[in-house]
Write a protein that binds this ligand. Structure first.
Ligand code: ADP
Length: 195
């Protein structure tokens, strides 16, 4: 039973690590970015609303994002634990998550902060842009996403650190090395595959 958050700038490798950790821990990885992209692709009402913000590298409004996460966390598969990738990203979202957890009598176990320097992030995002062709991977939008992260999301780390929840992990190196580092900090906090 683990409830984890993965926080880090765009390009830090959250999505990749979330998928691997989800397998390792046997809990669902929930990525708000993936859910939004799915909705954009299928032109759902949520996707239509979210698209403009995403294409500009801005955050989707909290009201939409919070409703989406509240709904997703109410699904059966998230009852025993979850790993949130890319949420919360604003103070309002932190408050909403607190309220969702309090309503269910649950609490967070750990917030994994994945770090990487700006050069590496820019390099990875440019590389991914060529492979995946995401609409928000143009150089200007990448810069905007990194700035929005610094302004709105980086401060959340202090909020969780004050609660003693943050474990910082270096996101540089081989994917498997980074996964091993994360598993190590989780185990140091008593979170194992069967716990
Ligand atoms: P990144 O690689 O930049 O971390 P994601 O795939 O997590 O990207 O998210 C892509 C986009 O989806 C964001 O730039 C934003 O527009 C939207 N998005 C994802 N999660 C959130 C969130 N928690 N709050 C607001 N917008 C979000």
């Amino acid at each position: 039973m683990s409830r984890l958050l993965l926080i880090g700038p765009p390009g830090a490798g959250k999505g990749t690590q979330a998928a691997l950790l989800s397998q390792h821990l046997g809990i669902p990885a929930i990525s708000t970015g993936d859910i939004f992209r799915y909705n954009v692709k299928n032109q759902t009402p949520l996707g239509v609303e979210a698209k403009g913000f995403m294409d500009r590298g801005e955050y989707v409004p909290d009201s939409l994002t919070n409703a989406l996460v509240r709904d997703r966390l109410s699904h059966e598969d998230a009852k025993a634990g979850f790993l949130l990738d890319g949420y919360p990203r604003t103070i309002d979202q932190v408050n909403e998550l607190d309220s969702i957890l309090a309503d269910g009598g649950k609490r967070l176990d750990v917030v994994v902060q994945l770090t990487a320097d700006y050069e590496e992030l820019a390099r990875r995002l440019a590389g991914r842009a060529q492979i995946e062709g995401r609409a928000d991977d143009t150089p200007e939008v990448i810069r905007r996403r990194l700035d929005v992260y610094d302004e709105q999301t980086a401060p959340l780390i202090d909020v969780y650190a004050a609660r003693g929840l943050v474990a910082m992990v270096d996101g540089l190196g081989e994917i498997s090395e980074v996964t091993a580092r994360i598993i190590e900090v989780l185990e140091a906090r008593g979170l194992t595959a069967d716990a």
